[in-house]
Design a protein around this ligand. Sequence first.
Ligand code: B12
Ligand code: SF4
Length: 459
Amino acid sequence: MKLLLISANRERSPYPVYPIGLAFLVPRLAAAGHDLRCLDLCFCEEPSVAILKELEGFSPEAVIISIRNIDNVTFPGSRSYLGGVREVIDTCRGRAVTIVGGSGFSIMPRELMAELGADFGIAGEGEESLPVLLQRLAQGRSTEGIPGLLTLGNDDFTPPVPVSCIGTPDRNLFDVAAYHRLGGMANIQTKRGCPFSCSYCTYPLLEGRTVRTRPVSDIIGEIGDLVDRFGVNYIYFVDDIFNFPTAFAEELCRAISEARLAINWSAFINPDFLPERVLDAMIDAGCDALEFGTDSGAPAVLSSLGKSFNVETIRAASMLCRGRGVDFAHYILFGAPGENEETVLQTFALMDELEPTAVIGMTGIRIFPGTEIYSRALADGVIAPDTLMLDPHFYISPPLRDSLCDLVTSEALKRTNWVLPGLEINISDAMLEMIRNFPVRGPLWKLMKRVSRSRINPV
Ligand code: B12
Ligand code: SF4
């Protein structure tokens, strides 16, 4: 079949991210004999015009639309991307079969089918179900029973099944160089799945609770390819947790070191699984920035969020990084159940003590169906059973509902290493666009070392 692959993501904050989800689908679609063409809306001034041009010039039989984000999970500066996605589907409707998927879609597949009116949607990984759907469509057979498949006007669907073997993405269709130029990083996924149960988190729902690793030799080949063919010198590992399981992380780091790949890299790190041995292997392999999913510095809040670690673990992991002089950032979520003024101040105090390069803070927690915080929000009356969750709703613990943003703003402005996207403290779209004119590599929070005074809405 002739297939047009559209990456619908137009978000450029904190930087444009390469459509790696579609890149994972390309080898399977190509192997099934399909004729592929791509359209990346991230670099497109007028999406509808570009889509119509492809529809007319290429005449695809089906359009494969990847929905990475539905909103920016940020409060109070919330923005929804659904209008843009709807425009894509409306433009294609009636001219080709429309098939949607992606992490944004998989988070609320039923709601999105109803909202967007695509012909088909596939929740979960697309590598296996999508080729099966296309084959059945080409043969005019029933599409019933395909894992993760939803059809227009039908609410029933068989749950997705994790793919048996994670392959290697094909990056020939989408423009790696443009993303590397504007984002300063290329992305790689080394495994899928998270076995933990943090109360707000969708990652185990999206990738499953069992960790499935890729062969290390494939990953090394992929990095080598990015370096040799695309001139990439900085990588972001998009795994839910890079350093879990530790044995796999260590094996991968040793292989990167042995292959002498000229790269630096960064990743999401869980402070619980960072023995000195692993951190040293990471640094030897080029890691120069660790992003800890810490969430809070208050014991009561860590436990209400269901985190697997405590304040001592956060302290120990931070001290290790400080001892080795490697940049690290803590990601904080304010407003969880049990949060009050005292716990907010505990978090600021812990961060002052640990002196990370940067602290990235969010005020309010985006509520997603299927998470524990969704049930808590129902019980607390933040949402009702019939609340449409496609509209962003945020959990903020009752005692701080009206004061959280002011409290966090006043504390953050006293420090120079805090970044709060929702409150535009030390970050703004204009600032990010400006930084992109410089050849910055790696996470932008590393630049916080140069900040002498915190500002709201900096340019
Ligand atoms: C790593 C990551 C980041 C990194 C990205 C680094 C990089 N250079 O790539 C950073 C930290 C920068 C980031 C930023 C953001 N992220 Co993010 N991120 C992730 C994470 C953990 C992994 C994404 C990834 O690369 N996965 C690997 C690929 C292979 O998987 P995939 O894209 O899902 O593709 C598979 C399937 O979805 C499917 N598929 C994909 N497309 C299609 C199409 C069809 C038709 C079909 C059938 C199937 C299909 O098949 C693919 C292969 O199996 C996810 C959570 C998660 N565990 O999924 C959140 C996630 C994607 N992010 C999310 C969000 C919101 C954001 C931000 C908007 C947050 C913000 N305010 O900054 C930004 C947006 C950035 C941008 N420019 O778009 C949300 C999106 C959902 C939502 N709520 O809208 C997620 C799901 C997390 C969450 N909160 O639930 N992110
Ligand atoms: S926050 Fe991290 S550790 Fe917790 S469930 Fe999500 S991905 Fe797993």
